[in-house]
Design a protein around this ligand. Structure first.
Ligand SMILES: [Zn+2]
Length: 401
C-alpha cells in the first residue's frame, strides 16, 4: 500500500488497481466506467496527479505537495488537457470551430509537453461524444503521442464505438456505501450529521450527487415539493394531472440548473450527475448527433403543446428538466414500491414517508411496479428527438390508479 494521497472515496478496488498501474506501468488509454456521480472524474484526477507528481519515491505519488500536484489542484497544470460535455445537452462535439470538442483536444495533444514529462488527457463522460467526435478521437487512441496517457470516463460504455472500447484498459467503479457518503459530506464540512444521513440516502451511492445537493440546498426543497405533488397527483383529475405535470417540469428544470451549477464547482461530482438514470440514456450519442449543434434553433421546432413562452427555452435544457423530473418521479415510484412491500427502511425520501404510506394505502399494489416500467421508457424516449413536454404529459396522464 503506497502513501500517495488519493481523493477518491469508497472505491477501494479501483484505487488499488490504479496504485498498481502507477507503479507497474500505466496503459496508454484507460476507461473508468460506472454510474454517474460515483467518483470517476475524481479518480481520473487522482491518476493525472499520480502521473505528473514529482515526488522522488513513486510510492508517494501523488504527494499533493510538489509544484506539479499543486498546479493540478488549482486546475492549471499545462500538461493536463480536459474535455467534457458542455451545456444542458451534455454532448461532446467534434469541435474545431466555435465549440471546444475532440479536434481541439487532438490539436492540444499534438504540441510538445510544457513540463517535458508525461502528458494527460482527461475526457469526462466520453460516452457523450457524438459519433463524429468518436471517429475523430479514434486516430489519437490508435497512435497516441509519445508519453501521453488518455483517461476516459463513461457511464454507459455501450455508447462508445467498439473500436474505442477495445483500445482501452478498463476500471469499474460501483456505488459507494451510504456510511462512506455520509462521512465524506461531514468531513468536507458540507453537512452536519442529520443532513449527511439524508443526502446519503437520497444519493443512492453517488457521492457526486450528494455533494451537488449539499451545495444546492434548494434542490432538496424542490425535490420534496415535487415528490409530495406527485403522490397527490395519482388521485387528481385528468386536467389537473396535465397542468400539474407541466408545473413540476418547470420546478425540476430549476432544480437541474441549480445542481448543474453546483456540480461545476465541485471536483467530486461527475459532470452529468444531475441527470442520472443509466437506462434512460441508452439511446446513444447517435441520436443526439444530428441535433447537437442546432439546439439554439429549437425555438422554431413545431411544438404547439408547449406552454406559451416555453419554446424559447433551448431544447437541451427542456430535456434536462424532463430527465431531472423523471429521476425524482422514479424515486417516488420506487419508494412507493418499498412501502407497499413493507420495507420502509429502504425508502430514499424519508421525509415523504407519511405521504408514501397514505398513497400506498390508496393505490393498488401493482401501481408502483407498472409506473417504474413506464418511467424507464420515458427516460429512453427523452434521449431521442421527442418533445420533453409530450413525454411529461404522457407520464402525468398515465400516473393514475
Ligand atoms: Zn506531488
Amino acid at each position: 500500500m503506497g502513501a500517495g494521497v488519493f481523493r477518491t472515496r469508497g472505491q477501494p478496488a479501483a484505487v488499488e488497481a490504479v496504485r498498481a498501474m502507477l507503479l507497474g506501468g500505466m496503459p496508454h488509454a484507460l476507461l473508468l466506467v460506472g454510474p454517474s456521480g460515483v467518483g470517476k472524474a475524481t479518480l481520473a484526477d487522482d491518476i493525472a496527479a499520480g502521473l505528473l507528481c514529482r515526488a522522488e519515491d513513486p510510492g508517494d505519488r501523488p504527494c499533493r505537495e510538489c509544484r506539479a500536484c499543486r498546479a493540478l489542484e488549482h486546475g492549471n497544470h499545462p500538461d493536463v488537457h480536459r474535455l467534457g460535455p458542455t451545456g444542458a445537452g451534455l454532448v461532446i462535439p467534434i469541435g474545431g470551430r466555435d465549440e471546444r470538442g475532440v479536434r481541439d483536444l487532438v490539436r492540444d495533444l499534438s504540441l510538445l509537453p510544457v513540463e517535458g514529462g508525461a502528458r494527460v488527457a482527461i475526457v469526462t463522460d466520453a460516452d457523450r461524444m457524438t459519433e463524429d467526435a468518436q471517429s475523430a478521437f479514434l486516430k489519437t487512441l490508435e497512435e497516441p503521442p509519445a508519453g501521453t496517457v488518455l483517461l476516459l470516463t463513461a457511464t454507459d460504455e455501450e455508447r462508445l464505438l467498439p473500436t474505442i472500447r477495445s483500445r482501452c484498459s478498463r476500471i469499474r467503479l460501483g456505488p459507494v456505501t451510504r456510511s462512506e457518503v455520509e462521512r465524506l459530506l461531514v468531513e468536507a464540512g458540507l453537512a452536519d450529521a442529520p443532513l449527511a444521513a439524508r443526502l446519503a440516502r437520497l444519493s443512492a451511492g453517488r457521492p457526486g450527487d450528494a455533494v451537488a445537493m449539499a451545495r444546492a440546498p434548494e434542490s432538496l426543497t424542490i425535490r420534496g415539493e415535487v415528490g409530495r405533488t406527485l403522490l397527490d397527483l395519482a388521485s387528481a383529475t385528468r386536467a389537473d394531472r396535465l397542468r400539474l405535470g407541466r408545473d413540476l417540469l418547470a420546478r425540476a428544470g430549476e432544480m437541474a440548473a441549480g445542481l448543474r451549477a453546483a456540480s461545476r464547482s465541485t471536483a467530486v461530482a461527475d459532470a452529468s450527475s444531475s441527470a442520472r438514470g443509466t437506462r434512460g440514456r441508452r439511446a446513444s450519442a447517435r441520436s443526439a448527433a444530428p441535433g447537437a449543434t442546432t439546439d439554439a434553433g429549437q425555438a422554431t421546432e413545431p411544438d404547439a403543446d408547449a406552454l406559451p413562452g416555453a419554446t424559447r427555452v433551448p431544447a437541451a435544457e427542456r430535456r434536462a428538466a424532463a430527465l431531472a423530473l423523471v429521476v425524482i418521479w422514479r424515486d417516488v415510484a420506487r419508494d412507493l414500491a418499498m412501502v407497499a412491500l413493507g420495507e420502509p427502511a429502504d425508502v430514499r425520501q424519508l421525509d415523504l414517508l407519511d405521504d408514501l404510506d397514505a398513497a400506498a394505502r390508496r393505490l393498488p399494489s401493482t401501481f408502483a411496479a407498472a409506473q417504474l416500467r413506464r418511467l424507464d421508457l420515458a427516460g429512453e424516449r427523452l434521449e431521442g428527438n421527442v418533445s420533453p413536454e409530450l413525454v411529461v404529459d404522457a407520464l402525468a396522464l398515465g400516473w393514475a390508479a
